[in-house]
Each structure stands twice: as C-alpha cells, then as structure tokens.
Design a protein around this ligand. Structure first.
Ligand code: NAP
Length: 246
C-alpha cells in the first residue's frame, strides 16, 4: 500500500488496527486528542493534540500524503467523527469508520433504563441514593446538581476537572475490569444504580454483568447519531480489509 494511513484513535480497536498495519509494514500514524495524562500508546508513529477543526485536519491530510483515514475514535467522540467526514471529503481521501457494537443488542440482565443524554441520565440517577457513575470525566458536570446530595461513586481515569460535591467519592482506575472486581466494587459501595454510556466493548462490560448479578439497575446513555454517508465497519479485521484493499 502506498501512502500513510491515519488512524484517529483513543480506543483499543485503534491500537489493534495500528499494530496490524505496522506488522504488515504499512505506514501508519495514530492520532490522539491528548485528553488523558498517560495514554496507552499504539505501536507505530503517534501524534497528539487537535488538528484545529475541519480545515486543520484537511491540511494535515494533504501535508502528510495520507491515502486513507480510519476513524476509530470512541463512539461518543462525535465532533472528531464529523470533522473527519468533512475533511476527507474536502481533500478526497477515503474514510472508514471503525465503531465497535454497542451493548444495546445484548439481553438485559438487570433493569436497563435507556436515555438520550447525560442530563437525562443524571435525572434518572437522581431517583437513587448511591449511584455508581462510570461515564468518563467529560460530561460529569451534568451530574453535579441532580446528584449533589447523593453518595455517588465516580470512577474516572484522570481526576475530574470540576469540583465534585463532598458527598461523592472519586476513584481513579482504568480497565479492563473483571467480573469479580466489579461485583466487589458494587457491593463495597452498596451501589443502587449503575450509570454508563453505551460504549460497547469487552474492556468495560464486566460492570454490566456485575450489576445484573446483583440486581442493580443500569442507566445507559444512547450513542450520538452516526455521521451519515461514512462507510462503517465494526471490527478491526474489516477496517484492515478496507485500507489494505486500496
Ligand atoms: P470530540 O468531542 O469528538 O472531539 C473534540 C475535539 O478533540 C476535536 O474537534 C479535535 O480537535 C480533538 N480530537 C478528538 N479526537 C481526536 C483524535 N483522535 N486526534 C486528534 N484530535 C482529536 O472528542 P472527545 O469525546 O473529547 O474524545 C477525545 C478522544 O478521546 C477521542 O480520540 C476518543 O477516541 C477518546 N475517547 C473518548 C471517550 C468519550 O467518551 N468521549 C471515551 C474514551 C476515549 P480539533 O478540532 O482541534 O482537531
């Protein structure tokens, strides 16, 4: 394959794809937003930080002779996915979206309460006293007022950038998690509801099984709408086929 493949990353799938392309001897650059203090780095070349919007990304694609882009960002990273579609169209570079399946299709082992936004999730969680929030650091501010008096347990990779209520407990941790450990967390904290985004993937799904086992209801935030018109695959192997074909 000639040219460079740009992988918009920040996910395990992005790292797996980078490893597969590097193993083939292809030229790959993985791009990370730079949100996490100590990111898990993919193999191969890595660049970190925003591109400066659609035009900045388009200029970067041109300057680096990019032959294909794989948008393997997190299902909730909607802005960069939209930017990738516009920038690739602008410079006529093929784009593939690699998005792992959500948990939505799976049988619900406990009560699942589906909502469309962080605000709606916070409102649903406010009916409980001891929520376990596993929604990431960004968007945590939506939960502050509705859950100000709740004994919330908040699990994040890096410390929150906002002041959290004194009744909350913040735990810093990064997956993957095991079922036994997640059962232990829910039990130790006496969590009465789990709040999560529909991120999908194996690294963080043990919490759903643990909640199911303990009969703890789950509030799940639905994914943002996919970018229309972008070719989308759900596995690393399919994404590899798409870029290797070229
Ligand atoms: P976002 O809202 O979609 O993007 C906001 C801005 O961040 C973009 O406009 C872009 O800045 C920059 N950006 C995002 N991803 C980038 C990447 N891979 N490389 C270079 N710049 C990037 O993104 P987000 O939700 O903040 O997520 C940021 C990153 O964290 C993503 O790469 C995603 O894969 C990862 N992540 C997100 C979540 C989540 O729940 N959102 C969870 C786990 C991992 P410019 O406009 O300046 O280019």
């Amino acid at each position: 394959m000639s040219g460079t493949v740009l992988i918009l990353g920040g996910t395990g799938e992005a790292r797996d794809l980078a490893a597969a392309l590097v193993a083939r001897g292809d030229r790959v650059v993985s791009s990370l937003a730079g949100r996490v203090a100590r990111p898990r780095l993919p193999v191969g070349d890595v660049r970190i930080g925003g591109f400066g919007g659609v035009d900045g990304l388009a200029a970067w694609l041109r300057a680096h002779a990019v032959s294909a882009v794989v948008d393997a960002t997190h299902p909730f990273a909607a802005v960069i996915s939209g930017n990738a579609a516009l920038a690739c169209a602008q410079v006529d570079v093929p784009l593939v979206r690699l998005e792992r399946p959500g948990w939505g299709g799976e049988p619900a082992a406990a009560d699942w309460i589906w909502v469309d936004s962080s605000e709606a999730a916070a409102a649903a969680a406010a009916d409980f006293e001891r929520p376990f929030l596993t929604v990431g650091r960004q968007g945590l501010d939506s939960y502050v007022e509705p859950l100000r008096d709740a004994a919330a347990l908040v699990r994040v990779v890096d410390p929150p950038e906002i002041a959290v209520p004194p009744s909350w407990t913040v735990v810093l941790a990064r997956g993957p998690y095991t079922l036994a450990a997640e059962v232990q967390v829910l039990r130790t904290h006496s969590s009465d509801v789990l709040v999560t985004k529909d991120s999908g993937g194996a690294m963080t799904r043990a919490k759903l099984d643990a909640a199911g086992e303990l009969g703890v209801p789950i509030v799940v935030v639905r994914r943002p709408a996919a970018v229309r018109g972008t070719r989308t695959v759900s596995t690393v192997a399919e994404a590899l086929d798409c870029v290797v074909d070229r």
